[in-house]
Design a protein around this ligand. Structure first.
Ligand SMILES: [Zn+2]
Length: 227
């Protein structure tokens, strides 16, 4: 991948970071974003920086072991988590992690999100697992996420946040926005104390077919998974 392409990817990461900050999906220095460059290297956000303040020169280029090859500063504390996805899923090229507030709330209440509440939830996400608590920055967290990335488009990290991935940065980013929206809707449903109407299995299956038609292989064959 040429230097020009990497410059464009740096800009795209900053754009996603700014959107995440403006949407309230990250606070302080939480969250991280990365992309696969295609030459064995990756671009990833630095540790300790607000995603609202990202500039292209802050983005680090790292090798497959997580060692910086270009840029100043320290790579994200969750670099292992990003690399675990890239190592195990060759078709995935971007990863987004945030501490989006409604995602965090739902991570403490559920073990798997399966309610076919909206078309966006079914098409952009599918079923979303909640991974049991693991301390930030650990290999245990990275391993759990890598495993989930084989079958799903997103995961909630218990008492921590959310992570999404995709073939492109836009796909990963859209999944994050859709996931926070979905969790917010589920949370509001709970506040109202009324489960409301969910789609029928047949209605949801029609939307699963739309997801598969886009070439997305993850997310499950049915939502909800059981009949
Ligand atoms: Zn985090």
């Amino acid at each position: 991948m040429s230097a020009v392409d990497k410059a464009a990817l740096r800009e795209a990461i900053c754009h996603a970071g700014h959107r995440a900050f403006q949407a309230g999906l990250v606070a302080a220095n939480d969250g991280n974003i990365s992309v696969r460059c295609g030459d064995g290297h990756y671009l990833i956000t630095p540790s300790g920086v607000s995603k609202g303040d990202l500039t292209p020169d802050m983005i680090l280029e790292i090798d497959g072991a997580g060692m910086p090859v270009d840029g100043k500063g320290k790579p994200s504390v969750e670099t292992k988590m990003h690399l675990g996805i890239y190592e195990t899923q060759p078709d995935l090229n971007a990863v987004v992690h945030t501490h989006a507030p409604h995602c965090v709330l739902l991570s403490t209440m559920e073990t798997m999100l399966t309610a076919p509440l909206t078309a966006d939830a079914v098409v952009l996400l599918g079923n979303v697992p909640v991974l049991p608590y693991a301390q930030l920055g650990t290999q245990a967290l990275a391993d759990g996420v890598a495993q989930a990335s084989a079958d799903y488009n997103a995961a909630l990290l218990q008492n921590h946040g959310a992570v999404t991935w995709g073939r492109t940065l836009q796909e990963a980013w859209f999944a994050m926005e859709a996931l926070e929206q979905y969790c917010r809707q589920l949370y509001m449903q709970r506040l109202l104390g009324n489960p409301g109407r969910l789609m029928t299995r047949a209605e949801a299956d029609g939307l699963v077919a739309v997801r598969k038609g886009r070439g997305v292989t993850r997310g499950g064959d049915h939502m909800p998974p059981e009949a």
